[in-house]
Design a protein around this ligand. Structure first.
Ligand code: HEM
Length: 301
């Protein structure tokens, strides 16, 4: 330590600024071979070269990871499970409990009171049983086939997926109908998302209609059947609404004809005005100025 201190040049010594070629030359002792300019120092790689090597190694690592996982590691590429791999995570020999929904894998070990093999929802583990989440058939529907479900049903599965994101640990993607072998979303998954979005917008529209025209009161007795009525001097009308989404499914169960890709529903709504139209129909046998109508049709809505 002290020797290095003694070798230190005094501040008064002439400048050795290498940017000044004259100075550089002045410092070289006679008879010593000059190092070629811009050559790497004999002490090791220059900073630039070290950076270059690091970059090359990084690129090689990224490429390997991309080949193996089909993803770029810095974009937190998810692990891609095969169905066989996922089937191992069923809690045997203290392994974790994983389940998949719409091709996304979650660690549900902390919910073992639901998902352990001997618990009520143990059948969801080690597989993608998206369909059963909405049909409730925990034997025949433990499958990822959702192609024939209504937009409302698909929306419900998407909500289950949201629940798993909020409650459990996301582990990666499952190769299958929703993600390819590299974990990339398939066209089928895009269709699923579209169906769910469609159902959501139909529900929002329905809620808006409900807020705009409040529903009638309904009473049913064995002797009189169904009666609808409105308070505050309003008039009951059968309101026909056509909403985007679905052919069949729960929202299409009104019995009214629906155009493809649309759902027609009807309900009794209260209107301030006495008028009526094709979408604001009078109840059969009920004069327009009545505030209460007996329903003669089979299904009051
Ligand atoms: C489509 C039908 C159904 C599905 C897909 C379903 C699914 C589930 C799942 C996945 C859980 C665990 C939630 C978690 O991880 O925190 C759960 C919990 C639960 N489910 Fe269901 N369920 C269904 C129907 C029902 C029905 C009809 C009942 C009641 C009669 C019910 C009662 C419960 C109860 C009480 C819990 C909490 C259990 C506990 O705290 O120990 N479920 N359900």
């Amino acid at each position: 330590m002290s020797s290095s201190l003694t070798k230190r040049k005094p501040l008064t010594e002439p400048s050795t600024d290498v940017s000044n070629p004259q100075n550089e030359k002045a410092q070289e002792p006679a008879g010593v071979a000059q190092e070629p300019r811009h050559c790497p120092s004999r002490k090791g790689l220059s900073l630039l070269q070290q950076l270059l090597v690091a970059l090359i190694l990084l690129a090689a690592g990224c490429f390997a990871s991309w080949r193996i996982y089909g993803c770029w590691p810095f974009l937190s590429g998810p692990r891609v499970f095969s169905k066989a791999e996922l089937s191992h995570y069923v809690g045997k020999s203290d392994s974790a409990l994983y389940l998949a929904i719409l091709g996304e894998v979650f660690d549900v070990t902390k919910g073992r009171r639901f998902y352990a093999a001997d618990k009520g929802y143990g059948f969801f583990v080690g597989r993608d049983a998206s369909r059963a989440f909405v049909t409730g058939d925990f034997e025949g529907d433990l499958t990822d086939d959702v192609a024939d479900l209504s937009p409302e049903q698909i929306k419900s599965i998407v909500e289950w997926r949201d629940f798993y994101h909020k409650t459990y640990t996301y582990k990666g993607r499952l190769e299958g109908p929703f993600h390819d072998a590299r974990g990339r979303p398939t066209g089928h998954l895009r269709w699923v998302e579209q169906q769910a979005a469609r159902a959501k917008s139909a529900e929002e529209q329905q809620r808006e209609l409900e807020a705009q025209w409040p529903s009638c009161n309904v009473r049913w007795t064995e002797s009189e059947g169904s009666t609808v009525w409105c308070e505050g001097g309003a008039y009951p009308r059968k309101l026909i609404s056509t909403l985007p989404g679905g052919s069949g499914g729960p929202a299409g169960a009104s019995g009214a004809a629906s155009a493809p890709g649309k759902t027609t529903t009807s309900r009794c709504a209260c209107f301030e005005e006495v008028g009526w139209s094709d979408v604001r129909q009078l109840y059969a046998g009920c004069p327009p100025d009545q505030h209460s109508c007996k329903i003669l049709e089979q299904h009051a809505s």
